[in-house]
Design a protein around this ligand. Sequence first.
Ligand code: CO
Length: 288
Amino acid sequence: MIYRSIFFSVFLFLFSFFPGMSKAHSTNTGILLVTFGSSYPQAQNTYKFIESKVKAAFPNTPVYLAYTSKKIRHKLAKQGIKVDSPELALAKMLDQGFTQVVVQSLHIIPGEEFNYLKQVVKNFANLPKGFKKIVLGKPLLYSTEDLKKVVDALYPYLPNLKKQEALLFMGHGTEHAADVYYSALNYWLAKKNKNLFLATVEGTLSLDSLLPQLIQKQVKKVYLMPFMSVVGDHANNDLAGKEKDSWANLLKKHHIEPKPYLKGLGEMEKVVAIWIKHLKEAYKELEN
Ligand code: CO
């Protein structure tokens, strides 16, 4: 018994000379991207695109992706695609020996989803024997500066608007107080080009409240675009879908030609760069 314990002490002593082998002495940083999730192939490709841009910006840091939506995770699991919840992804990272994590929100506004994620990060920060440090990067829109920057960044990806043409974005909208971001966004979009509009599916800025403006302007054709990270369920159904109450059909009813232009914000490299800027800011917090 005594020999064994001496042997073990010698082993530990020798081991301490190789700090690279001892997890306790090294910092091991990882990035976790968190989004709502979608089962649409176009959306999946967009997430891959965002991931590739993050990997290019942080070539030495492993990057993971998590979905907050349980429904979508379960749907994908049935197709054999496994995506973790943020909680599970973080638990796995902890188990794999990561000591520092930057969690980056791929959300649009600091609404319900972002605040939930904030709570998850807080819980992991308070975990005994948890990460040395865990920080959270801001969603796409956080400061007034972000609003202006995002409008400038997305502008080159929009179709050219001719006379009597407009472009209408579909924002998600929420009951959360952060719904005001969409009104602010509408203001900055109009400032950039008076033929850009935004309404929401679930917020106070509804299409109904916007229609009189389009009619008064004698707009004949409206491009429809989601103001969402990916082209998923809302874009395919609520915006451009066949149902009677889709935005495309509501516009038709008012003799305005709808022209779906389905491109997610996450497909626009210049917009993705703003999420990455927020990620870099969060990464810097690790050094404080
Ligand atoms: Co929704």
